[in-house]
Design a protein around this ligand. Structure first.
Ligand SMILES: [Zn+2]
Length: 412
């Protein structure tokens, strides 16, 4: 469904017809440069998916005006799809991209499932997490029994921990490019446990005791919550990377019409930071599986995993690079972009449709520009790498016997 409105640039008075597709999220943020004076004009829709209604907020740098004149320029805003750049106006972006899918029916089935999971199952899983945290097994079972055909015996904490994380994994596998990528990680973890279960358990117990296990559990929850809240802005990339034919994945030829850099920036930074923290566990497990102990050899001698945890992410990356298993996490480890968008000067430029930030290059400040579509793609890739890194956490959590914190001594 396309909704038409007209707005007038507050600076130069140019009138523009906005043709806006109505999507599935609760909010749609659109921005564009005034075709005449290049001022940034923005408008936001608040959508109520339950009531199937929506409302426009007052635009920025423009006002809504009624009517339509024959000379008005019109602009198309279409959420949740890739829009070919310079798409001739009567053609829908759906029609223009339909030939890019490997199997469009498969996409449609999966997308219906994702939507159902996100709307109906995710709130249940969030409540189940709380019952897991407080140890309320009755309510935990009751919640999950409402969305799954059966609940196994979860009396033992270790089994309970493995189970709640596998429920989460099944859910989030739907939202990544390639769930199969977790297989080599699973094998590496299994090998670490086979090589020295004692070391793995010992380290996991240290994570529980020091509060790290609980901190990571919370961080993972927070990244996933943010991701689902921003899902519709990232959906075009999921479509391209999971459902389009390989020879059609040239995202440079497309734009997306949701421009929410400020929202995606936070998710991106959290994906990078949490992935680095999860890869501390990843490296420890890799070292146990190859050497039997979580010890890192450096030029200045042998170091512990706590040393590795404390060093800057850039230095961490040089350590991780020495193990091929971590190559697949590369998209989440782009510290140039991480530091660039983290700087308060980073912004979205509506005229060029790029993210712009500055980087010090000796005495000069170099300007870096990233096309917006490419930035969204990088955010999504970082999220997928984060999901992959949670596989380490999954088995490590089981090795820690599903405990989030050290048992408090019983009050007398
Ligand atoms: Zn203007």
């Amino acid at each position: 469904m396309i909704n038409r409105r007209r707005l007038k640039c507050i600076s130069c008075g140019t009138k523009i017809i906005t043709r806006t597709g109505i999507g599935h999220s609760n909010i749609q943020k659109h921005k564009f440069a005034c075709p005449k004076c290049k001022i940034e004009i923005g408008f936001v829709l608040d959508l109520d998916q339950e009531a199937v209604s929506f409302e426009y907020r007052e635009p920025t740098n423009a006002v809504w005006v009624d009517g339509e004149d024959s000379g008005d320029q019109s602009l198309l805003f279409y959420p949740e799809v890739m829009i070919p750049r310079n798409l001739p106006s009567p053609i829908s972006p759906f029609v223009a991209t339909v030939g890019n899918y490997k199997d469009i029916q498969q996409y449609q089935q999966y997308e219906a499932t994702r939507r159902h999971y996100k709307d109906k199952f995710w709130p249940v899983i969030m409540r189940a997490y709380v019952h897991y945290e407080t140890g309320n097994l009755g309510l935990l079972k009751k919640e999950i029994a409402g969305i799954l055909p059966s609940v196994p015996d979860i009396a033992k904490p270790e089994e309970r921990g493995g189970w709640i994380l596998s429920v989460s994994r099944r859910f989030f596998d739907l939202f990544v490019v390639d769930p199969q990528l977790s297989e080599p990680i699973e094998r590496a973890v299994a090998y670490a446990v086979h090589r020295s279960e004692k070391e793995v358990r010992h380290l996991a117990a240290d994570y529980v005791k020091s509060g790290r296990m609980l901190a990571l559990w919370k961080e993972i929850k927070s990244v996933r919550k943010q991701f689902l809240a921003l899902y519709e802005s990232l959906l075009p990339m999921l479509i391209v990377r999971r459902y389009w034919r390989d020879d059609q994945q040239n995202i440079g030829a497309y734009e997306v019409s949701i421009k929410n850099f400020e929202d995606l920036k936070g998710l991106y930074i959290d994906c990078v930071e949490t992935t680095f923290r999860l890869l501390v566990i990843g490296l420890a497990l890799e070292l146990i599986s190859t050497t039997g102990k979580p010890k890192i050899k450096t030029k200045t001698g042998e170091k512990t995993i706590w040393w590795f945890e404390q060093i800057a992410n850039g230095v961490k990356y040089t350590q991780l690079k020495q193990h091929r298993m971590f190559d697949v996490f590369e998209p989440a480890l782009d510290l140039g972009l991480r530091n660039g968008v983290g700087h308060h000067s980073a912004h979205y430029d509506v005229v060029s449709d790029e993210i712009i930030y500055v980087k010090a290059d000796d005495e000069n400040l170099a300007e870096v520009r990233v096309p917006y579509t490419e930035f969204v793609d990088k955010v999504f890739a970082a999220y997928c790498a984060f999901e992959l890194a949670t596989v380490f956490f999954h088995w490590f959590f089981v090795a820690g016997r599903g405990k989030l914190r050290k048992k408090r001594p019983k009050a007398k």
